[in-house]
Design a protein around this ligand. Structure first.
Ligand SMILES: Nc1nc2c(ncn2[C@@H]2O[C@H](COP(=O)(O)OP(=O)(O)OP(=O)(O)O)[C@@H](O)[C@H]2O)c(=O)[nH]1
Length: 203
């Protein structure tokens, strides 16, 4: 995360199977628009949006990646430097849900983050406006709980929970920063007893 005078730039990467609605979620969040006839993304695209969380202004740089397998080598170089990753599936597509662990691993492998255990992810179960959903909310929520990842059911089509999910991404980034700060403070406060001058004893 880079710190500027006016706003802080944070990089958010959207991952998930082809067709789950990543581009649509980004367009809904950034431009408040929905297109029912979107083409598959080729490679990656990004858009910026400024938001304020906890009195701080953030510029979210949202990277929308191509979910289709054949674009893997085009998307993975863009994972580096990410501050948060949004793992996306569609509630009418069980395979896209089953693939979440694969997406998480792929991200961690190529992003090369310093602390994989605490890296902020958010899961989005998209297309909840569709009547015949095939992934139960409980099932997805349970997996997310085991991973300690916040979960939102969204619809890019009717805008349900889309803002909430992106704001949560920023909150998770802030949380991680606080955790890392306190860990660093703890480490610098730790006294190395082996290097302390000896006290007492005989002259
Ligand atoms: N009903 C419904 N359709 C959606 C929703 N979000 C996206 N779609 C539709 O699903 C299709 C795929 O959406 P995209 O946003 O292109 O999906 P993507 O994940 O970016 O796909 P790739 O670029 O192939 O990775 C499009 O026809 C969208 O209009 C949603 O919330 N509800």
């Amino acid at each position: 995360m880079s710190k500027g005078n006016k706003s802080r730039l944070v990089k958010v990467v959207l991952l998930g199977d082809g067709g789950v609605g990543k581009s649509s979620l980004m367009n809904r969040f950034v431009s408040n628009k929905f297109d029912a006839q979107l083409y598959h993304t080729i490679g990656v695209e990004f858009l910026n949006k400024e938001i304020t969380v906890g009195g701080t202004t953030f510029t979210l740089q949202i990277w929308d990646t191509a979910g289709q397998e054949r674009f893997r080598s085009l998307r993975t170089p863009f994972y580096r430097g990410a501050d948060c990753c949004l793992l996306t599936f569609a509630v009418d597509d069980p395979n896209s849900f089953k693939n979440l662990p694969m997406w998480k691993s792929e991200f961690l492998h190529y992003a090369d983050v310093p602390d994989a255990e605490h890296f902020p992810f958010v899961v989005l179960g998209n297309k909840i406006d569709i009547a015949n959903r095939r992934v139960a909310k409980d099932e997805a929520a349970t997996w997310c709980a085991t991973q300690d990842i916040p979960f939102f059911e969204t619809s890019a089509k009717d805008a349900t929970n889309v803002d909430m999910a992106f704001y949560e991404a920023v909150r998770r980034i802030i949380e991680l920063e606080g955790y890392l700060d306190s860990t660093r403070r703890l480490q610098s406060d730790t006294v190395d007893l082996s290097k302390q001058p000896r006290r007492g004893g005989c002259c």
